[in-house]
Write a protein that binds this ligand. Structure first.
Ligand code: GLV
Ligand code: MN
Ligand code: MN
Length: 412
């Protein structure tokens, strides 16, 4: 394969530029789906897509596409690259943005090379991958893949009481295209690992073959508010204490199940949330993950049984709402092999691996051959401002993406 060089400088500059958008007064980065900061990030990305001479299309759920349709190419199905640019609260700059900007970089590089691909190539920034403000996560790609109706997605109510459809209209990203309008020939997503494996093993590239199942639930426990000083311990119906017991149960169950099952309570609110009042209500989220669907179901069943017993023993009422549920995914074996060969040809040490995090590729795999490329995350830290990947690895990942794209769309 003759060498075509992407611009490492441009890619890194854009990554840092986007990473500066959506910082709060204290410097924390938060671009939650369809909020003002997300709008500013989207506007910036769309500007770059236009500068690159791509056709820009926005669908009704706010997914952004930059499409290169080379003159004379008749195929409608595009090789789709992508990820997301929404973030968690107090995020790092790499999660999602790296994949979107690398996709753009690859397309710009090929466009400038004078080579003509056999089919269109497009980059997507999917709406609400993180699912922090609206559930479920991976929402834009799920809608694109036909797994969730667009009206249902737009009706999602956020943690702040807003409606996604209203917010997308407010920020100018309720597009005109019907979701799914762009038919993918295949989907590739480059992403930071967000875990410790590649760094620990001294590898530059992960060829992601599988992605674990995800179960999200919201649990509401209703107890009785009462005086913290006068209510004997035996007479309490303490929603806060019941929530604490669930948190402990989940941790102990996941530990007993042994790796790789994981369980997290990442959000918890108590009411009335006062120092001298026994909590009347606890609302918290449960995030369960496991690469084995059967084990994930067992974890869900065990939680349901625990909540039933807990309601009786603590004298509280418990209700559960399902927020998201995705089965484990196997990526396309041929694409995974292509990634491994591309890494080897560049001399990058690579291994097959599984993804612990959820990704848009998980949704796209429902409708098209899909796979992911991982690069190391230092100390395995992500969803944290300390998230970091060395430049040399960022460039290695983008080069592998470029080579895989060339392999898939250039005539041999
Ligand atoms: C997305 O980042 C997830 O795995 O929660
Ligand atoms: Mn991500
Ligand atoms: Mn994330």
């Amino acid at each position: 394969m003759n060498t075509i060089a992407l611009s490492a400088e441009r890619l890194l500059a854009r990554l840092h530029h986007l990473g500066a958008i959506g910082r709060t007064g204290d410097g924390r980065l938060s671009r939650l789906a369809a909020d003002d900061a997300d709008k500013a990030g989207r506007d910036c990305l769309v500007g770059w897509l236009h500068e690159a001479g791509l056709e820009v299309a926005i669908d009704r759920v706010g997914n952004i596409f930059g499409i290169w349709r080379p003159v004379g190419v008749e195929s409608e199905e595009a090789l789709l690259l992508g990820s997301h640019i929404d973030t968690v609260i107090d995020a790092g700059i790499y999660d999602g943005c790296y994949g979107v900007l690398s996709g753009l970089e690859v397309i710009e590089t090929l466009k400038a090379s004078g080579l003509c691909p056999l089919r269109p190539i497009a980059v997507a920034a999917f709406t609400n991958e993180e699912g922090v403000r609206y559930a479920p996560d991976m929402m834009g790609s799920l809608v694109h893949a036909g797994g969730l109706g667009v009206e249902q997605a737009l009706a999602a109510i956020g943690t702040d009481g807003t409606r996604l459809g209203d917010e997308l209209r407010r920020i100018g990203y309720a597009g005109a295209q019907e979701p799914g309008f762009l038919k993918p020939h295949a989907y590739l997503e480059l992403h930071i690992e967000q875990g410790p494996v590649l760094e620990r093993e001294g590898l530059s590239i992960g060829a992601v073959a599988t992605l674990q199942g995800i179960s999200w639930q919201r649990v509401t426990i209703e107890g009785v508010a009462n005086h913290a000083g006068t209510t004997p311990m035996a007479m309490r119906r303490d929603a806060g204490h019941a929530a604490a017991r669930v948190i402990t149960f989940l941790r102990e169950s996941a530990l007993a199940a042994n790796m790789p099952a994981v369980a997290t309570v990442g959000s918890l609110q108590l009411e009335p949330n006062a120092i001298n009042v026994i909590p009347a209500r606890a609302v918290f989220t449960v995030d369960l993950r496991d690469p084995d669907e059967l084990h994930l179901r067992e974890a869900e069943t065990a939680l349901a049984a625990f909540l039933e017993t807990l309601a009786q023993s603590e004298g509280v009422t418990i209700s559960v709402e399902r927020l998201a549920r995705f089965e484990p995914v196997m990526f396309d074996a041929a694409l995974v092999g292509t990634i491994e060969r591309a890494a080897a040809a560049r001399g990058y040490a690579c291994r097959r691996m599984s993804s612990g995090a959820g990704h848009d590729a998980q949704m796209m795999a429902r409708i098209t051959p899909s796979a992911m490329i991982f690069v190391p995350s230092i100390a395995g830290i992500s969803h944290n401002p300390r998230e970091f990947t060395p430049e040399v690895d960022l460039i290695a990942g983008a080069c592998v993406l470029l080579d895989v794209v060339r392999d898939l769309v250039l005539p041999t």
